[in-house]
Design a protein around this ligand. Structure first.
Ligand code: 5RP
Length: 224
């Protein structure tokens, strides 16, 4: 199977996974990226089963609306039952690096408001140790150089993602060559740098379930 077919299979598996838990009042948290897009397309086929969604980006909100799915402001809803999103890397503790699509801050916020985080990923995303994928850090634009210098002190090599402005007006630094032995500690440490909005480590709030697309089918994995 191609990577695109694996993404489609995981998106469909996530829709199947949540479908028996939905009712007409359900509002679902929806992530960002090509795998999340496959999930949104699968959601479109069951849109009669739930009320609507909260999106982690303007792009996902637009795609949801194209499927006729109402999109709510997070402030107008209570706790969400599910948040479904992709990842750039995920380990067997279901800690992740996210933010390849620059939506990390809103993704972290919607995930924080959700009871169950379901990560959908193709097999290439499962790693032994996080950090081969450069860690995205969203920053207040005027703090970019300051934050970059502090990230160098932590052993990383930050690179400004030129031309990208996030949905929050932030800039992104992609940090190469970090040795991420303790993802939760590093997540906390980077977030304490003045000017950081958030970083793409999702370790303090990891996923609860991973639906992993493999050539043998979609595997359901819980934290090991
Ligand atoms: C966007 C993200 C995505 O979940 C991550 O980049 C994975 O994307 P894709 O499913 O396209 O591989 O964090 O900010």
């Amino acid at each position: 199977m191609t990577q695109d077919e694996l993404k489609q299979a995981t998106g469909q598996a996530a829709a199947d996974y949540i479908s028996t838990h939905l009712d007409s009042d359900s509002i679902i948290g929806v992530g960002t990226g090509s795998t999340a897009n496959c999930f949104i397309d699968a959601l479109g086929r069951i849109s009669h089963l739930f009320d609507g969604a909260v999106a982690s980006s303007e792009a996902s909100a637009e795609r949801l609306k194209q499927h006729g799915i109402p999109v709510y402001d997070l402030n107008s809803v209570g706790q969400l039952e599910f948040y479904i999103d992709g990842a750039d890397e995920i380990n067997d503790r279901l800690e992740m690096i996210k933010g390849g699509g620059a939506a990390l801050t809103r993704e972290k916020i919607v995930a924080a408001c959700s009871r169950k985080f379901i990560c959908i990923a193709d097999a290439s995303k499962l790693v032994g140790m996080l950090g081969t994928f450069p860690l995205p850090v969203e920053v207040i634009p005027m703090a970019r150089s300051h934050v970059a210098r502090e990230l160098v002190k932590l052993g990383g090599d930050p690179v400004y993602r030129e031309g990208v402005v996030t949905d929050n007006g932030g800039h992104i630094l992609d940090v190469y060559n970090l040795k991420i032995q303790s993802p939760a500690d590093l997540e906390t440490r980077i977030n304490q740098i003045t000017g950081v909005i958030t970083n793409g480590l999702f370790a303090l709030r990891p996923a609860d379930v991973l639906l992993l697309g493999t050539s043998e089918g979609v595997k359901t994995i819980t934290a090991g």
